[in-house]
Design a protein around this ligand. Structure first.
Ligand code: SF4
Ligand code: SF4
Length: 364
């Protein structure tokens, strides 16, 4: 159901009473891809969606997903109008590679054969794919470094994808601010993809429409956290209403202020926040001794999270030192997250016990 007809003011489409938000703790992400697999099996296992990963996890530094999305542009221009960036192609968004599963699993060749991509969507030799540069990272041996960066749509408060759509197919839900793309109104012209600086909208060549993360709203409506958040075995995630003052999420973002948006310079007010990596493996000195200097330099983090990250990293280190001295630290207790359900206040319901009715695009 469209929120407002084509031609209605964009303010009407952006209006919302409350807003949900996410926090992802990068110190605890182990790159296991359980979140992306949970999302993929729930939402993008249909024809035309093979290449899509609404939830994805890349190695940073690296090309990211879609490939080189940070260099593709989008966002707003100096007049506040959506700025068209480049369109990722099917290879950039991961392709739909086939693998030698049968050979590895049933070939009887033991460990002499390893899993590898065999062909791209077009039947040619693959040149790129999802996580093609996994665990490569950066830095000179022996001081190489990397961390994992899970990403999805940021459900921006000021969403340029919404502004760019000439058919008003994109809007924010009144009740929770989730940004959704109405399949019935979409004309597939990809103005939203150009405008999104995070490149979080994907083109379905079968339906010829755009698709994106909808924050699992059919689950959210029944008090169930999104699949990527709930399934994360690393307990990296917090999910809830950003104005719920009793929630851990609220305390991390608004009281302790240790959760930061990705690329705040894009100016879209994203609603997925990150706890930045605040301690990295110590670097080796040329003589082989271990120094006190972490391998991830501050400018690497500033490129991602802006100038506030230095103060946040300092605060997190101080809080951890308190805990090591046996003192109290609410921040560290919240980050540890001993009680799984505290992380999803108001969204603790079990999906196995709920009846969820939703229409998957492309299915009756
Ligand atoms: S499921 Fe959690 S730990 Fe695993 S990759 Fe996703 S965010 Fe990281
Ligand atoms: S991340 Fe991109 S697709 Fe998601 S709301 Fe923001 S601009 Fe739109």
């Amino acid at each position: 159901m469209a929120k407002a007809p084509p031609g209605a003011p964009k303010e009407e489409l952006k209006r919302h009473n409350r807003h949900i938000a996410n926090i992802i703790d990068l110190n605890k992400c182990m790159g296991c891809q359980t979140c992306s697999a949970a999302c993929k099996s729930l939402w993008t296992s249909r024809e035309g969606t093979e290449h899509m990963r609404f939830m994805n996890v890349s190695t940073y530094p690296g090309a990211g997903y879609p490939r080189d999305y940070e260099k593709m542009g989008g966002g707003f221009d100096e007049h506040g109008e959506p700025s068209p960036g480049a369109l990722p192609n099917m290879v950039d968004v991961g392709d739909a590679l086939t693998f030698n599963h049968a050979e590895v699993l049933y070939g009887g060749t033991g460990d002499s054969v390893h899993l590898q991509p065999k062909a791209s969507l077009t039947g040619e030799d693959p040149e790129w794919g999802y996580n093609w540069d996994e665990d490569e990272g950066a830095g000179e041996w022996p001081n190489g470094y990397y961390f994992y960066l899970p990403r999805k749509c940021y459900h921006c408060t000021d969403a340029p994808c919404l502004d760019a759509c000439t058919h008003n197919a994109i809007y924010k839900r009144e009740e929770d601010g989730i940004v959704v793309l109405d399949q019935d109104l979409c004309h597939g012209d990809r103005l939203c993809v150009e405008a999104c600086p995070y490149k979080a909208i994907y083109y379905n060549p079968v339906t010829e429409k755009g698709e994106k993360c909808m924050m699992c709203y059919p689950r959210v409506e029944q008090g169930i956290a999104p699949a990527c958040d709930r399934q994360c075995p690393g307990r990296t995630r917090l999910f809830g209403y950003i104005d719920d003052e009793d929630s851990d999420l609220y305390k991390m973002i608004n009281v302790h202020k240790v959760a930061l948006p990705l690329h705040p310079e894009f100016g879209t007010e994203p609603n997925v926040y990150y706890i930045p990596p605040f301690e990295s493996t110590k670097a080796f000195a040329p003589d082989g001794s271990i120094t006190d200097v972490g391998r991830i330099e501050m400018n690497v983090l500033e490129e991602l999270f802006g100038p506030n990250v230095e103060a946040v990293v300092r605060k997190l280190r101080e809080e951890r030192a308190k805990k090591q001295r046996g003192e109290e630290s609410e921040i560290m207790d919240l980050l540890i997250g001993r009680n799984f359900w505290d992380r999803f206040k108001g969204f603790e319901n079990d999906p196995a016990e709920q009846v969820i009715h939703f229409r998957v695009p492309g299915k009756a």
